[in-house]
Structures are given as structure tokens and as C-alpha cells.
Design a protein around this ligand. Structure first.
Ligand code: GLN
Length: 235
């Protein structure tokens, strides 16, 4: 790695990475490299302090106990929160949304404090939401429908400082009585879409990359990726 390398922090892949969410970091690296940007993935495990120096951070989903381990580690080493405070993009998938909120209730009904990067709270829904999810983006810079796979029991209610990522047209998303998915707060973005989300939604990957690099990126002409994206949106 050199000083100009774009460093993508893959946060706690040892405990948070259901459904290959770590692939989001690989997609970011690949789409950066295709534009001639030198990029590397830095795995940050439970054995490592979380550095504040990454250019972008990604976290995946997980079960209750793994969430607890992640919450404890991120509280002990608040490097990612520090980076988010200076505007570094963070992508949080599923359980990571819950960990980044104020608190979440486990399926046993126990309330666990999160790290409050998101103004939201999470409680178990009556039923688990499993299946394809699709929505219309509500964020400037995104024009294409967003798609992924969701599997979660928790439902997240957004507070006034948090905005949703998309209006859901198929699936559940955040639940909690609201037909929206995900959360956007400053440079931190979350979604219930697994998939990995960025493999299915290249426009979202490029939005994060352009924020991380501070420049607009030329479009990539990848017909196979585009074809795959369209197929996944087919009902
Ligand atoms: N344990 C959380 C829930 O069920 C998150 C699950 C996940 O990340 N897939 O709500």
C-alpha cells in the first residue's frame, strides 16, 4: 500500500459477514481498480483495533451473539466512528444497521446498546422477513432501482436525524410499520439488502467510491454486470 492507495476497511469479517457481505469490499476494490485507482481491502478482525485511517468502511450482517461481539469491539475501538465524523463513507448491512443504531433488542427481548452512528432503534418484528427486496432510491445520485435479499427479524424505526435509503416496492426493508429500507445519516449508509448489496447495485458502489475519493467517476461499460442487474430485477 502506498499513501495514495484507497483503503477499504472490511470491518469484523470474522463475525459480521452473513451471505458473503464481505463481497461489498471486493466490489468497491474492483470498481476502483477498473478506473485506475489503486485500492486495497484491509480486513479488521476482533484481534485488531479499528483504525480511523481507512477511506471507506463496510460491515456485514450477523446473528445476535456476533452483533454483541461487534458492538463491544466498536465501542472499545471507535476508529470507524471517528472516521465517519470526518466524512468517511461507511456501508452497514442488516445487523450492522442495528449495531450502528442507539440500541437493538435481541430475539430474547434483551436490549443492547449500539454505537449511535444512526438515529434509530431496533425491535423484533412478529415474523422474520426473508426474500427478495426491491426499492426506489430516495438519495441524490441514485437513479436505478435497488435490489437485494433480506433475512432479518429485527425492524428498525428511524429517528428524525436519519433518512431512509429507498422506498420499498417488494419485500419489507426496515419494517417497523414503514415501507422504506435502509438509512442515510451523513456519510454513513445502511441497508437490509444482502446480496452482497454492491454486486447487485453498482450505482450504489460508485456513489460510495466517489464520496471516498472526493471526485466524480467516469461510468464503467460492463454489459455483463448490467445484464445481471436487469435479470435480478425480473419478477
Ligand atoms: N440478527 C438480526 C436480525 O435478525 C440481523 C440478521 C442479519 O444480519 N441477517 O434482525
Amino acid at each position: 500500500m502506498t499513501e495514495s492507495t484507497l483503503v477499504i476497511g472490511l470491518v469484523l469479517p470474522d463475525v459480521m459477514g452473513t451471505y458473503g457481505d464481505g463481497g461489498n469490499a471486493l466490489v468497491l476494490r474492483q470498481r476502483a481498480r477498473l478506473r485506475g485507482i489503486d485500492a486495497e481491502v484491509l480486513p479488521i478482525t476482533l484481534a485488531d483495533p479499528v483504525p480511523a485511517t481507512c477511506d471507506i468502511y463496510t460491515l456485514g450482517g450477523a446473528e445476535d451473539y456476533a452483533q454483541r461481539l461487534a458492538t463491544r469491539h466498536l465501542t472499545q475501538y471507535p476508529g470507524m466512528q471517528e472516521a465517519a465524523g470526518r466524512g468517511a463513507p461507511v456501508l452497514a448491512i442488516c445487523a450492522a444497521i442495528q449495531v450502528l443504531g442507539h440500541w437493538y433488542e435481541t430475539s430474547e427481548g434483551e436490549r443492547v446498546d449500539g454505537i449511535s452512528l444512526f438515529d434509530l432503534t431496533t425491535t423484533p418484528q412478529a415474523t422474520r422477513s426473508i426474500g427478495e427486496i426491491e426499492g426506489v432510491p430516495l438519495v441524490d445520485g441514485l437513479t436505478q432501482p435497488l435490489t437485494g435479499f433480506e433475512n432479518h427479524r429485527g425492524g428498525s424505526a428511524l429517528g428524525p436525524d436519519a433518512a431512509p435509503l429507498m422506498r420499498v416496492v417488494r419485500g419489507t426493508g426496515n419494517g417497523a410499520g414503514s415501507p422504506v429500507d435502509g438509512v442515510v445519516q451523513g456519510s454513513v449508509l445502511g441497508t437490509y439488502m444482502h446480496g452482497p448489496a454492491l454486486a447487485r447495485n453498482p450505482e450504489l458502489a460508485d456513489l460510495l467510491l466517489s464520496r471516498a475519493t472526493g471526485r466524480s467517476l467516469e461510468p464503467l461499460d460492463l454489459p455483463d454486470v448490467e445484464l445481471l442487474r436487469r435479470e435480478r430485477l425480473r419478477k
